[in-house]
Design a protein around this ligand. Structure first.
Ligand code: GDP
Ligand code: MN
Length: 380
């Protein structure tokens, strides 16, 4: 789950990270009123779950009330990376002397928290990461001790020549680590962490991604959930307890078991296809799950073929077949359907399906190749 900038800043402020005061507005009039309260100049910023807002025209300075209203109107009309802007943050503008990048994430390779800091902060950090990765300092942290004060100071001294400023930036980094640790975040990022021309250290932007599997421990953070940036399919899957991850491809995959689902994605890729999602319907024998799964998959307009891959153990293939027929009765499915069923009650399942003229294979290899060619529009 991702937080909006204003939510992440609230969280940061609770941990003592300095931010400039701001308010969230849903209309240009509201934005104007808040701007007048804050005092000019202000920055008006799109609140969407996406980076690169500055480059997309979603971050603008305003010097007076009219301008604040106009900029808010323009930004509220934007769609950034497919996400309509519904709210703007109005915050006090500052004069920037330097922009630093500071981030903490979970590094799966070393299985440790990783602190990343760069003197080349700001809107071009992705480009820097790609073209000059040596400009980004990466420091793994021992999770037993956490980020120690001397480590944080050492890191910041390497990007900030002024020792007094480096010490204050180090305090911000320590606080950022505490937020990351205490909220079970997968990513906490400040880009840019600025020094103003007046010598103030401020988190000008804030990004937090939380680990969904730990959210049950954070009732306060759950209140930050904003479903509106999620697809209807993703919301439905979560409500019905299916693990669903949207991917970029065009083959919708419905699989029982996370391991088999991963193997299915690998095999689809192996045969030159591109999976549209990860979807694990779980191990139980409930036909309703298949109905939900098909609702989720058909809600994704990129799907050009649907691959159902079931290895029947506790899950009974005949239940899956019945669920599938129920789903077909309830909703039209236009994409070609490729079915692989094997294991418990597979003969019964094939009989149920064949009565409706639907065929199923027992071979995963065959099914995947079939789905790949159908998605590519090649008749089999
Ligand atoms: P992002 O593009 O989504 O990462 O949005 P940011 O909040 O990081 O803003 C993008 C850029 O706008 C920053 O890197 C700054 O250069 C600029 N910016 C944001 N707030 C201010 C401000 O108060 N004053 C000035 N001068 N620039 C700002
Ligand atoms: Mn930013």
């Amino acid at each position: 789950m991702n937080l909006h900038e204003f939510q992440a800043k609230e969280l940061f402020a609770r941990h003592g990270i300095p931010i400039s005061p701001g308010h969230v507005a849903a209309t240009p009039d509201e934005a104007r009123a808040f701007a007048e309260r804050i005092g000019f100049p202000v920055v008006v910023k799109a609140q969407v779950h996406s980076g690169g807002r500055g480059k997309a025209g979603g971050v603008k300075l305003a010097h007076n009330a009219e301008e604040a209203q106009e900029k808010a109107r323009a930004i509220l009309g934007l769609t950034i990376q497919g996400l309509p802007v519904r709210q703007v943050l109005v915050t006090r503008a500052v004069d920037i002397a330097s922009e630093t990048y500071a981030g903490i994430l979970l590094d799966r390779a070393t299985r440790r928290p990783l602190v990343m800091v760069s003197a080349a902060g700001g809107v071009d950090i992705e480009e820097t990461a790609r073209t000059s990765p040596e400009k980004i300092l990466r420091v793994p942290v021992n999770q037993r001790t956490g980020l120690l004060a001397y480590q944080a100071r050492d890191i910041m001294r390497r990007v900030q020549p002024d020792p007094a400023l480096a010490t204050r930036m180090a305090s911000v980094l320590e606080a950022l680590y505490r937020v990351w640790w205490e909220s079970d975040a997968s990513l906490c990022e400040i880009n840019p962490l600025v020094v103003t021309t007046g010598g103030e250290v401020l988190a000008l932007d804030a990004k937090v991604s939380l680990d969904d599997n730990a959210l049950y421990r954070h009732a306060d953070l759950l209140a930050y959930r904003d479903d509106r940036d999620e697809s209807a399919g993703a919301v439905l899957a979560r409500e019905k307890g299916l693990s669903y991850v949207k991917l970029d491809g065009d083959i919708g995959c419905i699989v029982n078991g996370a391991g088999l689902a991963m193997a299915t994605l690998d095999l689809v890729t192996h045969y030159g296809g591109s999976p549209a999602n990860f979807l694990d319907i779980g191990g139980s024998s409930n036909p309703e799950k298949m109905v939900t799964a098909l609702q989720v998959i058909t809600g994704d307009s990129h799907v050009r073929a649907i691959l159902i891959n079931i290895f029947g153990g506790i899950t009974r293939c005949d239940d899956v077949a019945r669920g599938l027929l129920q789903a077909l009765d309830r909703m039209p499915i236009e994409a070609p359907l490729v079915i692989r069923l094997t294991g418990t009650n597979e003969e019964e399942a094939r009989r149920i399906l064949s009565e409706r003229g639907i065929s199923a294979t027992t071979s995963m290899d065959e099914a995947v190749q079939d789905a790949v060619s159908r998605a590519q529009g090649v008749p089999v």
